[in-house]
Design a protein around this ligand. Structure first.
Ligand code: NAD
Ligand code: 6OD
Length: 487
């Protein structure tokens, strides 16, 4: 019997094994994909020390264009191994192959190229300050790296979300220790190979695998040599990390959970809205922080909309990642499926009408060992129901009717989360009025998850802290210092 692959750590330019290991299981059929080295406290500490030392080495003297050239080489390296990365993403997540090919990989490459170029193009402020005595002060700003950045990533878009933070962190001259999710370690392991082949100096990029509490995640956030933690994941994990870094007053950037609303007005392009909401509720099996688990539809079109979305949901094809026409893969793990199924049961207890779904499919083959659930639509729940307030992170939405603009604004805003909102209307005056007052970081009008990496991205309330994207990323990943010269 062949032994499963072993995914090593990458510390100070070298691949390392260790005594503790954990299994990486396929959510498609429950197969063992690989074993992963779990970094112990000493290994995490060495990774951080290597990153700290690397700031004093050649990397610390690279100009922005030299760093950009290196990051373009990394992007070239990912492009050269495109199919290997696709296979790694698909194996760990079970997502359709076409999704990895058209979203995850292009974005990972763009995350390096875009921020490399933005960092080169960055021009900072300066000003002259006249003095009472006729003299002049000249003020200008310089950007310095923060130091060692811990990048802690989730499992839902593993490579996309890791590189979204790693790209700008390196472009601004930091060194990094990355910890991918324990559920999805494979693409990060490949990335370490690409970093090595591209000649990124030892210690600039380090990779530690492991879990959160009592493992690599927690060790990282407590390390005194870490200057900043850039984290994407659940809100309660964000809260634990915030406590962990409080004593060291480390910089933090948090992209956390969401319970996002889609609002469909009667004047919307009906077919576009149905297609848009089907996408925003079920894309990636509902495992995107931006997914719309709350859907509000203006009363005159409510019944018609529910029927149309039901038809769409029932036509989505669940299957193997490489199957023709497959729309949805499994959830990321059996454990996550247990959580989603617990909400399916809770919805019934809370009085939901199940329009469609609400159960696991039976395939009669190996996929029955996987983590599939059917796309699910509910109606009939009150706004205070837990299923309408809590993030489920599966292919599920609740649809409720509404009657007017003020009413819907207050219902959308009555949420502990504040990440994103999708508005469907042909009246741009109305869309703009709502966009200004809805308490979220990202509003889409007649669209959903359309991205330009130069725009700010992030959430309010439990959905996060700070903004990344474009100059916001350059600002977060640098220490901006003012120099004041008396002329
Ligand atoms: P998670 O919080 O469980 O884990 C995320 C990462 O944090 C993992 O690498 C994990 O090992 C690590 N971790 C867990 N506990 C830790 C601790 N105490 N200290 C340090 N590290 C710790 O999240 P998840 O389940 O992997 O991802 C799904 C969640 O992420 C959802 O809530 C989703 O909404 C959110 N998310 C948000 C965004 C956004 O942009 N706002 C993007 C993607 C995912
Ligand atoms: O596209 C992005 O840049 C981004 N941060 C997406 C987050 C998706 C959440 O699951």
């Amino acid at each position: 019997m062949t032994r499963p692959a072993l995914l090593p750590l990458y510390i100070n330019g070298g691949f390392e094994e260790g005594s503790a290991r954990f299994d990486n299981i396929s959510p498609v059929d429950g197969r063992l994909l690989s074993q992963v080295v779990e970094a112990d406290a000493a290994q995490v500490s060495r990774a951080v020390k290597a990153a700290s030392d690397a700031l004093q080495g050649p990397w610390g003297r690279y100009s922005a264009p030299e760093r950009a050239a290196m990051l373009h080489k990394v992007a070239d390296g990912i492009q050269a191994r495109f199919d290997d990365f696709v296979a790694a993403e698909v194996a760990d997540t079970g997502r359709p192959l076409h999704l990895a090919r058209t979203l995850d990989l292009p974005r990972a490459i763009a995350n390096f190229r875009t921020f490399a170029d933005l960092a080169v193009a960055q021009v900072d402020d300066c000003c002259e300050t006249p003095q009472a005595d006729g003299g002049l002060l000249f003020n200008y700003t310089v950007r310095k790296p923060l130091g060692v950045v811990a990048v802690i990533a989730p499992w839902n878009l593993p490579l996309l979300l890791l590189t979204w933070k790693l790209g700008p962190a390196l472009a601004m001259g930091n060194t990094v220790v990355c910890k991918p999710s324990e559920e999805t370690p494979s693409s990060a392991a490949l990335l370490a190979e690409v970093m090595n082949e591209a000649g990124v100096p030892a210690g600039v990029f380090n990779l530690v695998h492991g879990f959160g509490p009592g493992s690599a995640g927690e060790f990282l956030t407590h390390d005194r040599l870490i200057s900043a933690v850039s984290f994407t994941g659940e809100s309660r994990t964000g809260s634990a990390i915030m406590k962990a870094v409080a004593d060291g007053v480390k910089d933090i950037s948090f992209e956390l959970g969401g319970k996002n609303a889609a609002v469909v007005f009667a004047d919307a392009d009906f077919d576009a809205a149905v297609a848009g909401v089907a996408r925003s509720s079920f894309f990636n099996t509902g495992q995107v922080c931006l997914c719309t688990e709350r859907v509000y539809v203006e009363r005159p079109i409510f019944e018609r909309f529910v029927a149309a979305l039901k038809e769409r949901a029932e036509n989505l094809k669940l299957g193997y990642p490489d199957e023709d026409g497959v729309d949805l893969g499994p959830l990321v793990s059996r454990q996550h499926r247990e959580k989603v199924l617990s909400y399916f049961a809770l919805a019934r207890e809370e009085g939901a009408q199940v329009v469609t779904g609400g159960e696991t499919p039976r395939f009669g083959d190996a996929r029955d060992q996987g983590a599939y659930v059917r796309p699910t639509i509910w109606t009939g729940l009150p706004d205070h129901a837990r299923c309408v307030r809590e993030e489920i992170f599966g292919p599920v939405c609740h649809i409720a009717p509404f009657d007017d603009e003020e009413e819907i604004l207050s219902r959308v805003n009555d949420s502990p989360y504040g990440l994103a909102c999708a508005l469907w209307t042909q009246r741009l005056d109305r869309a703009h009025r709502l966009a200004r007052r809805v308490q979220v970081g990202i509003v889409w009008v007649n669209a959903w998850y359309a991205r330009d990496l130069r725009t700010p991205f992030g959430g309010s309330k439990l959905s996060g802290l700070g903004r990344e994207g474009g100059r916001h990323s350059l600002d977060f990943y640098s220490e901006i210092s003012n120099v004041c010269v008396k002329l």
